[in-house]
Design a binder for this molecule. Structure first.
Ligand code: FES
Length: 102
C-alpha cells in the first residue's frame, strides 16, 4: 500500500472536492464536515470527472455532471442500481494532513 499526502485539511473546503493524481490514478477527494472521501475521478458510466459534479454533502452523494447519476460516497453504490459501484479508496487525517492510501 502506498500513501500520498493530498494536502492539508484546509486545502479542501467543507462541501467541496479536489482532483488529485496518485501514481497514475486520478482521484477525487471530497469533504463533508470532518469526513473525507476518496473515489476514482471517473464516473463508471462514461468517465466524467466526478469532482466537477454536484456534491450533496449532507447525504454524502455526488451527482455526476454529465448524466446526473447519483453515487454514494459512503458505499460507492449507484442509487438507482446498487450493483454498480464506484471505486473507493482509503483516506485518513493525520494531524493536519489528508492522506490517501492506495
Ligand atoms: S458519465 Fe456519469 S452518469 Fe454518465
Amino acid at each position: 500500500m502506498q500513501e500520498f499526502i493530498v494536502g492539508k485539511r484546509a486545502d479542501i473546503p467543507d462541501g467541496k472536492a479536489i482532483a488529485v493524481e496518485a501514481g497514475r490514478r486520478a482521484i477525487a477527494v471530497f469533504r463533508s464536515g470532518e469526513a473525507f472521501f476518496a473515489v476514482a475521478n471517473a464516473c463508471p458510466h462514461k468517465g466524467a470527472s466526478l469532482c466537477e459534479g454536484e456534491f450533496l454533502k449532507d447525504s454524502k452523494v455526488v451527482r455526476c455532471p454529465w448524466h446526473h447519476w447519483n453515487w454514494s460516497l459512503d458505499t460507492g453504490e449507484l442509487d438507482a442500481d446498487p450493483r454498480q459501484k464506484l471505486r473507493r479508496y482509503e483516506i485518513a487525517v493525520d494531524g493536519d494532513d489528508v492522506i490517501l492510501r492506495i
